[in-house]
Every structure is written in C-alpha cells, then in structure tokens.
Design a protein around this ligand. Structure first.
Ligand code: AMP
Ligand code: ZN
Length: 467
C-alpha cells in the first residue's frame, strides 16, 4: 500500500510496526454543537483509511477521541444552563447517529477526553519535571524551544521571539508556547479537575497524546486529521508526546483536504455550513453525501453544492436498484462452464485487480468507485435478460460485496411487510391488465416512501430517492 505521509511530504510504501496489524488514531470532534458536513468529510476519510487496511487483510485498531472539555464546550454548557457532561453527551449522541447514517465502520474505540484526565496529568507532571514545560501564573505551558524538532511536521520555524497562548483557538500563523493545563478561573464554572495538578483543566492538544499513547502505544502507525490540524495541533502533539516518551510518536501522518462552499472552507465561524440533518430535511439520503466524498480524492479540496449532491443521489438510487435487481432476478444453473461464464469471470477478476490497485495507490477512491460501477453495469446486462446463471450471480455478488466492504455505499435495509404486500397486489393487477388499479397502488407505495421498478419477469422495491 502506498500513502502520502505529511511528515516526509512524499508518497511512501506503508510498512506496519507489527506484521498485519495497524494502530490508527484519528482526531475526533469537539462536541459543542452538531458536526457539519465538512467535519463529516474528514470522518468519511478516516473510515476509508481504515477500510483500505482491512481490504489488505490488516487488523486495524482504531481510536478516536471526543473533545468534551474545551473553551467552546464549557461556554455552550453554561449558556444552555446544563452541566458540561449533559451538554457534551447530547452532541456526542447526535454525532454517533451521523456516523451510523453514513455507514461508518464502527469497529472504533471512541473515547472521551474527560475519561482520561489522569493520563494527561501524568504526562504533564513528567514534562515539567524534565524541563519541557513550565508553570505560569494561569497554567502550565509547553516550552517549544525545548523540543529541538519543533516544526518537523508543519515546517513552522521557532526563531527567537514567540509568545504564549492559553486559548484553544490557536494562532495559525505563529509558533507559541501552548497550554497543557489551565488553572481554573470563573469562566470555567464547574469544569475543573484536581489530582496531581492544581485545580484546572487540560488544554486541547494534550488529550490526543494521552489517549493515543494509552490505548495504542507510544509509537503508532497512523494518525489522521484534516489539513487544518497539521499546525498547531499535530505539531504540538508530536512535541509533547516525543518529549515525554523519547520515542517517535507516529510513523504516518495522513491529512484530508477541506470541504468548501463557494470556494471557502465550510466552518461554523463563517456560518456557511450544513449539517447532515440539513441534507436529510431536503430529502437527501445521507449516503449520497458519502458517495460524493468518495468520488473525489481526499487530498483535493471538494466544493459542496446541492446540484452536485443531486447527481450523487441519482447514482445512489442506481446502485441500490442494480444490486437489488441482481439479487431478485431468477437464477438457473448452466451445466458446465460456457463462454458467458468464462467471460464474466475474466471481467470480474480484472475489475477487482484494478480496484485494489486504485485503493492501494494512496486511496484513489474515485478510481475504485469506477470499477465498482462497471461491475454494476455488468450486473444490469445480466438482469435485463430475465435469468442469470447462478455461478455468474455468485461471482458477481461476491465481487460487488467485496468492493462495497471498502466503499460502504450500499447499505441493506428492510422493506416493511405492508409495502411488499401492496407491491404484490400491484403485480397481480398488472398481470390482469388492470392498469388503473395498478397505478393507484404504485402511488400509494410512493407516498409511503418506496419505489417500484419493473424487471422483465418481476419487480424490485427500493427506498424512494430524490429525482
Ligand atoms: P473540530 O470539531 O472543529 O475539532 O473538527 C473535527 C474535524 O473536522 C477536524 O479534523 C477538522 O480538521 C475537520 N474539519 C473542520 N472543518 C472542515 C472542513 N470544512 N472540511 C473538512 N474537514 C474539516
Ligand atoms: Zn487531536
């Protein structure tokens, strides 16, 4: 597998620390509000990284943090007059719902910053003891001049004059000493911890170092985020972790580009954002957004607009229909290998090979999607003939399933019994040439959110997608 490593600024051959195992840490959301679809683009990227390793038969150990204490969460909780815990748990719940709607592989250890305060304190105490960190009047800070490799990830230089920053909203232009531990002040309300350090709370960066080292080890294979995290967040994570452990923190740093709106980064502060709920309330299926993200390369910026999303909604409908039709169509068994069977096998083998090549070439999801779609075209050709050789069906469905294990764009769902009954009734009416009644039934099915497509000898029911 080849991946682009932000640390070397090169595409590199991936080599795991331990054979066939991958340790992967991804920076999760700050749960002070709903996440927006820009954040979700990054989370879909994490998901494809994980699935790519699984496709290559690695066992992946994946940890993602939830930032449930910082300036914004504390402010939000106080303004809403609820406890920090109650406030952040509500948005964490919505976040997990979004992940499920986007068909993420949930084989992830999701861990909250506030459950790991002791580990953070332990690191900070050692950093102070060894002279990497110092106490100021309002907290404990990391002294960036003490870490000689400061800037190795981002290229940021530390030359002489630099300042000290307490906020979680960090200065992106200048290197500064950053807060590891912030002493309590009245703005923090009930959000404070004691333990080995004076009453206060952690800075933002220290949580990821603590959780990554605690759950995955002092050196890990992969750490992901979006490009805005390279500096200062990831640079600071490296500084504090490597000063603490005297070991390399991460072998491969993978960063995704931003989702844009009218050529500007989608963000809360610019108020140009949409949530997944906004898309759903306009009738879109969440997976059409997943499809949109996967169709572009993670290292390219992606401009979001609704016309484009409509295109993916249509593609999603086609994928759903092609797969359901292949499953539904009548099967028969050829006695021996014939020309069609051999040809189908050759075509599938070729597509699978090209598919894997694309995935392993720094996650070329766009290309891999094309190979998936060409197998669906082949499936359409077969189903049009009303009968499919069972061997060909098994080969095709296995290959489509394998590709979907990576892409995650097809998600099986139940069709309610009432809808199936209505569809069968409609089929009867059609056979009896009672077309008016049949159309009324189709309408009724549609009003209930489902769609019927007629195949040569049968029919398929899918969810209704936007036209
Ligand atoms: P936050 O909740 O702000 O900590 O962000 C969660 C993740 O979303 C981080 O990895 C951010 O870098 C990422 N992110 C924020 N805005 C965007 C955007 N417009 N496009 C892609 N990723 C983003
Ligand atoms: Zn982080």
């Amino acid at each position: 597998m080849k991946v682009y490593n932000s640390l070397s600024r090169k595409i590199e051959n991936f080599k795991a620390l331990e054979r066939e195992k991958v340790t992967m840490y991804t920076c999760g959301p700050t749960v002070y509000n709903y996440v927006h679809i820009g954040n979700l683009r990054t989370f879909i990227f994490y998901d494809t990284v994980k699935r790519a390793f699984k496709l290559n038969n690695y066992k992946v150990k994946h940890v993602m943090n939830i930032t449930d204490v910082d300036d914004k969460t504390i402010k939000g909780a106080i303004e809403s007059k609820v406890s920090l815990k109650e406030y952040t748990e509500m948005y964490t719940k919505y976040f997990i719902e979004d992940l499920n709607k986007l068909n993420m592989d949930m084989d992830t250890r999701i861990t909250k910053a506030t459950d790991n305060i002791d580990e953070m304190q332990k690191i900070i105490v050692k950093l102070v003891k060894e002279g990497y960190a110092y106490e100021a009047q309002d907290g404990i800070y990391f002294n960036i001049s003490k870490f000689k490799n400061y800037g190795k990830l981002s290229g940021m230089k530390v030359d002489g004059i630099y300042s000290r920053i307490k906020n979680d909203q960090y200065d992106k232009e200048n290197a500064s000493d950053f807060a590891l531990w912030k002493y309590w002040d009245a703005n923090d309300g009930e959000a404070y911890w004691k333990g080995e350090l004076k009453k206060g709370r952690p800075g933002w960066h220290i949580e990821c170092s603590a959780m990554s080292m605690k759950y995955l080890g002092k050196t890990i294979d992969i750490h992901c985020g979006a490009v805005d995290l390279i500096f200062p967040h990831h640079e600071n994570e490296i500084a504090q972790s490597e000063s603490y452990s005297k070991q390399k923190f991460v072998n491969y740093w993978l960063h995704a580009e931003h989702l844009l709106v009218n050529n500007q980064k989608m963000s809360k502060s610019l108020n140009n954002f949409y949530t997944l709920r906004d898309l759903e309330s306009q009738g879109f299926n969440p997976l059409s957004f997943r499809l949109m993200v996967i169709d572009s390369h993670y290292r390219n910026k992606l401009d979001f607009n609704f016309e484009n999303l409509r295109k993916y909604e249509k593609l999603l409908a086609k994928i759903d229909l092609s797969i359901k039709a292949l499953i539904k169509v009548e099967k028969y068994e050829e006695k021996e290998d014939n020309y069609s069977r051999i040809q189908t096998k050759q075509k599938i083998d070729k597509e699978i090979e090209l598919f894997k090549e694309a995935v392993n070439n720094d996650l070329n999801t766009h290309e891999s999607l094309q190979h998936f779609l060409s197998l669906l075209d082949l499936a359409d050709e077969k189903t049009k003939k009303a009968k499919v050789d069972n061997k060909e069906f098994l080969m095709l469905s296995a290959a489509i399933g394998k590709m979907n294990d990576f892409l995650g764009v097809y998600l099986a769902y139940e069709i309610p019994q009432e809808i199936i009954a209505l569809a069968e009734e409609r089929e009867q009416k059609r056979k009896q040439k009672q077309f008016v009644e049949a159309d009324l039934l189709r309408e009724k099915i549609s009003e209930n959110g489902y769609f019927i497509a007629d195949l040569p000898n049968t029919f398929v029911i899918t969810k209704k997608y936007l036209d």
